[in-house]
Design a protein. Structure first.
Length: 430
């Protein structure tokens, strides 16, 4: 009986210490306690040097990088193992496309043609959300923009080979033929709308259809006329003719071999081709212009841009999404660093981020690595704010879990040793 009581005491103490250890490791990861910044805080020159060194040592394909301070480009760097790239080289940016698509949606809101809180089905004629276990009338543009519409498509689009027929938009919404492995591919409501964050590529393909239905134009034409041309993003396009365009970045795989330019039905979710210079203009549009230009440059009202970076979705208690934009981290004054990242096969990774309160920002476009752009942009957010961003935490989560498990294993070994030692001492004292 005495041995059993001793064992229970040791197990109880071990459980308490294990919980404290897990909490400590999680908190340390979320707060970046033991993570050094790659440059001294506030020293943009040192950060630029560290960023360029990081790109020089890790690039295996091509990369275009620009750093902004107070809205001005203060550092840029371009690398390629093949055809040279520069500020005007077109890169496909994968899911970063969604942020620009959100600008297109919000132009319809600003013009009074779209209500953020009206059922999206009310605007659609060519396709409607399939009937399911939840009320489709609860699915609104606001919820689609913030990934809270309850869609369970899991998309991820793999795209189509050159020369292969591209699936019509409405058919793709019903069942995407190019769904990435593991994705269901059906744009259908499977969770109560408004209750849960669930990242949805299908939701943005639905917004693509919404823009076409409300505007009466093709998605690409509308985005070019309403967003790209007014912002001066003159090389950006959702539907490039790669046989006619010059200065397009080659795709590279992880081993440095050239890869295929896939084509997409899901233009809004994944198919934007743009340049570092054009994305810098997008970031600068969040700031007053040098010649007195208004925030939004007349494409969106300043109040609309402010609404887009208000928290609309959270996960694990942390605000992570606005309307079409990721909320990466808040600075010491509570201003959100916003933007979007993109990643797709075989090895595309892109990032564009801005703190609209200060004008500090970064653009990284690359192929040949699955994480280089996000890693560098994450290092920039941490250097700027002292807080790890959402993607940096996600990348660090595997190491965090391993650290917790190793700690628990050590605790179990120590607990077993303590219990056996106490048993031996009692046996010797009898």
């Amino acid at each position: 009986m005495r041995h059993l009581l001793t064992l229970l005491k040791v197990l109880s103490l071990t459980a308490v210490v294990a919980a404290l250890w897990a909490g400590l490791v999680v908190t340390a990861t979320l707060q970046g306690w033991f993570r050094p910044a790659i440059a001294p805080a506030g020293d943009s020159g040192a950060f630029a040097s560290a960023a360029i060194a990081m790109l020089d040592t890790q690039n295996v394909g091509n990369v275009a990088y620009q750093l902004l301070e107070d809205g001005k480009v203060v550092s840029e760097h371009y690398l390629s193992i093949g055809t040279p790239v520069d500020a005007d080289t077109l890169f496909q940016v994968a899911s970063l496309s969604k942020w620009i698509t959100a600008w297109g949606v919000m132009t319809l809101v600003d013009s009074g043609r779209l209500d953020l809180d009206k059922p999206v089905d009310d605007y659609l004629e060519r396709w409607q959300l399939p009937l399911g276990s939840h009320d489709n009338q609860l699915v609104t543009p606001r919820l689609l923009l913030s990934h809270r519409a309850g869609l369970i498509d899991g998309l991820g689009y793999a795209g189509y080979l050159p020369g292969e027929p591209v699936q019509p938009l409405t058919e793709s919404l019903t069942q995407a033929a190019d769904a990435s492995p593991g994705a269901g591919g059906r744009t259908v409501v499977g969770i109560e709308p408004g209750t849960t964050f669930a990242y949805s590529g299908g939701g943005y393909t639905l917004l693509q259809l919404l823009i076409e239905e409300v505007s009466g134009q093709s998605f690409s034409d509308y985005m070019t006329a309403t967003v790209f041309v007014p912002l001066g993003m003159n090389r950006s396009t959702f539907t490039p003719d790669l046989d006619q365009l010059e200065n397009v970045a080659s795709f590279y795989d992880l081993d440095g071999s050239e890869a295929i330019h896939y084509r997409f039905t899901s233009l809004a979710a994944t198919s934007l081709y743009t340049t570092a210079a054009d994305l810098t203009r997008l970031l600068q549009a969040h700031l007053p212009g040098p010649q007195g230009e208004t925030i939004g440059r007349g494409v969106l009202a300043p109040e609309t841009l402010a609404l887009m970076r208000e928290p609309h979705a959270s996960q694990f208690g942390a605000d992570i999404w606005g309307l079409g934009t990721m909320l990466f981290a808040a600075d010491v004054d509570g201003n959100w660093v916003i933007g979007h990242d993109g990643s797709n096969e075989p090895a595309i990774n892109t990032s564009a981020r801005i703190n609209p309160a200060t004008g500090d920002g970064i653009v990284v476009l690359e192929t040949g690595s699955q994480l280089l752009a996000s890693n560098l942009a994450g290092e920039w957010v941490f250097w700027l704010t002292g807080v790890p961003d959402l993607i940096m935490i996600t990348i660090a989560s595997e190491g965090m879990i391993n650290t917790i498990l190793v700690g628990w294993l050590v605790l179990l070994v120590l607990a077993a040793a303590i219990w056996l030692l106490r048993r031996r001492r009692r046996a010797l004292s009898v």
